[in-house]
Structure formats: structure tokens, C-alpha cells
Design a protein around this ligand. Structure first.
Ligand SMILES: *[C@@H]1O[C@H](CO)[C@@H](O)[C@H](O)[C@H]1NC(C)=O
Ligand SMILES: *[C@@H]1O[C@H](CO)[C@@H](O)[C@H](O)[C@H]1NC(C)=O
Ligand SMILES: *[C@@H]1O[C@H](CO)[C@@H](O)[C@H](O)[C@H]1NC(C)=O
Length: 276
């Protein structure tokens, strides 16, 4: 009987007390090292008065906004947590200069005034990636290729966490697996948690590798969902003059001759186009 009475009183009390409600915790799930992040906490006081908004990382408080206090905004130093107060408010906290130590579980806690001090809390995990600041590098490529030449090229990304996903394309088409070696992973010399990824392209040049006299080799590096960069190297077919016509790839058309002549000219110039 006694227990039931308490339960009823509690239920009634719940009804009367206005309670804070968290509407949305908007926190990025993935961010890059060196970047910044805006953490948003939307709440509905439902008639209550705000006592404080507090932010925690891995259970440790790093930010507090209590409007009734003389200096309402306060932040506390934690490894990897650099708050910019001038860009923060009752509903937003701005973090800058993210490091790998910034990764963790972030919680927003909103509480109402006395006497109830009703509290609402929500939390989300932020992952911090090390993103290469350069495009992938291609090595081993020659200026010119003849038919039946072996093309061997390594595509390597600067150290990243997690490892990058590499993909080779020839003339914008994904390369068959049998023309690939690797991927190989190497731990970075200065960052034991960061990895350099290499994928090797290896194939024998055939006429079908040229579109309008050009062979475009592209390596794409991806760290989802934050990073995608590519490097392209274009090579013009180095055909003996006797093979000038008919062209093995382009179909006969009015501009065919112009294109063929142009490709021969570029062969003479032996130009390697490397977009970096
Ligand atoms: C982030 O780093 C820059 C450059 O070192 C510094 O000026 C700025 O105050 C830092 N931001 C925070 C919130 O610590
Ligand atoms: C906070 O952000 C403002 C605006 O971007 C900037 O001018 C200021 O230097 C930052 N403060 C700190 C401590 O980094
Ligand atoms: C490609 O990378 C592999 C593994 O790191 C290495 O053994 C090989 O010598 C490299 N080849 C070229 C052409 O760079």
C-alpha cells in the first residue's frame, strides 16, 4: 500500500513539475584534425527557467553556461578541447584546433532552476581523422609509353587515420583487380597511429588503353566521409609513324586527322602532364 502511494505521488509530481526537454544534439560525427566543430544543443525549457547548460567530454565537464551567475560562461581545459567562447552561447559551443585527443563522447546537459533541477542529457561520439593535406602521389611513371610497354606506378597517400582507400582508373574507368598490387600499409615515421597507403597499377599497354590518342591514369584517395582527392597523369601514345593511320581507338570522323596529328605532335614534345 505504502509503495503504491509513493508511486502515485511521484506520478502526480512528474505531471506538475515543468521539465526540461532536449530537442536536438547536433554534433558532427566525423571531423578532421586541425579543423573546428560547432556543437549544438537545442532544448525546450517547457516553462522552466534555465539553471545551466553544461558540456562534457568523456564524462569531464569542459563548458558551462549558467545565466544567473555573474560571468555566465565558463570553460575548462581538457586535452584536445579548445573552446572559443566568443563563438559559443547557451545553445552552441565552438571547438577549434581539433587534435586526435579531441575524439570522444560529447554530452550536453541542460538543467532547470531550483527547486526541481530537472535535467535532460544527450550524448554523441565525435571521431577525429587525420586527413592528408596533399593529393596522392604517383611514382614510377615514364614520360612515353609504346604499345606492349609495361606500366608500373605506385599511388601513395600521405599519412592518415584511418588508412585511405585507393582506387586506380584508366580513362575514368575503374581498373580490373588483376592489374593491381597491394594495397600496402606503412606506419608513419612520426605518427605511429597514422598510415601511408600504396596501391600499385601494373599493366601492359594495348591500343584500347588510349582514347583519342591519350591514356589518362587517375588515382583516387578516399577517407569517407571527409576526404577525396585524385591525381591524374595523361600520356600520349608513342606510335611509330607507320601506325599513324588507322588510329586504333578513335572511329573515323572529320576531326580524326586533326586529333591524330595532334597526338603525334605531343609525342614529339614528349610532354608528361602531371596535375598535382
Ligand atoms: C587555435 O589555434 C590558433 C593558432 O595557434 C590560435 O590563435 C587560436 O587561439 C586557437 N583557438 C583556440 C580556441 O584555442
Ligand atoms: C574565436 O573566434 C573569433 C572569430 O573567428 C576569432 O577572431 C578569435 O580569435 C577566436 N578566439 C580564440 C581564443 O581563438
Ligand atoms: C611500389 O611500392 C612497393 C611497396 O612499397 C615497393 O616495393 C616498390 O618498389 C614501389 N615501386 C615503385 C615503382 O615505386
Amino acid at each position: 500500500m505504502y509503495g503504491i502511494t509513493i508511486l502515485i505521488i511521484l506520478l502526480v509530481k512528474q505531471d506538475i513539475v515543468r521539465s526540461v526537454r532536449l530537442v536536438e544534439l547536433r554534433v558532427p560525427t566525423h571531423e578532421r584534425e586541425g579543423g573546428s566543430a560547432l556543437l549544438g544543443c537545442q532544448y525546450d525549457l517547457e516553462g522552466d527557467t534555465l539553471y545551466a547548460v553544461k558540456w562534457y567530454k568523456d564524462g569531464k565537464e569542459f563548458f558551462k553556461y549558467a545565466p544567473r551567475i555573474q560571468t555566465p560562461m565558463k570553460h575548462f581545459k581538457l586535452p584536445g578541447v579548445h573552446v572559443n567562447e566568443s563563438r559559443s552561447s547557451t545553445t552552441v559551443v565552438a571547438l577549434e584546433n581539433l587534435t586526435r585527443e579531441s575524439a570522444g563522447l560529447y554530452a550536453c546537459e541542460v538543467s532547470g532552476e531550483a527547486p526541481s533541477f530537472m535535467t535532460a542529457r544527450s550524448e554523441k561520439y565525435i571521431t577525429v581523422h587525420l586527413i592528408p593535406d596533399t593529393r596522392p602521389k604517383l611514382t614510377g611513371l615514364k614520360d612515353k609509353y609504346f604499345l606492349d610497354d609495361l606500366v608500373v606506378s605506385n599511388c601513395t597517400t600521405a599519412p592518415s587515420t584511418p588508412e585511405a582507400h585507393l582506387k586506380w582508373l584508366i580513362n575514368d574507368k575503374p581498373v580490373l583487380k588483376r592489374f593491381l598490387r597491394g594495397p600496402w600499409y606503412r606506419v608513419s615515421a612520426d605518427r605511429p597511429d597514422a598510415i601511408e597507403t600504396t596501391l600499385q597499377l601494373r599493366f601492359t599497354v594495348t591500343p584500347s588503353d588510349f582514347v583519342d590518342g591519350a591514356m589518362k591514369l587517375t588515382c583516387q584517395s578516399t577517407i569517407a566521409p571527409l576526404y577525396q582527392q585524385e591525381t591524374t597523369s595523361t600520356h600520349y601514345i608513342d606510335l611509330p609513324l607507320s601506325l599513324e593511320t588507322p588510329s586504333p581507338v578513335s572511329s573515323p570522323s572529320t576531326d580524326h586527322a586533326i586529333k591524330t596529328n595532334w597526338s603525334i605532335l605531343t609525342v614529339l614534345l614528349s610532354v608528361l602532364f602531371l596535375r598535382i
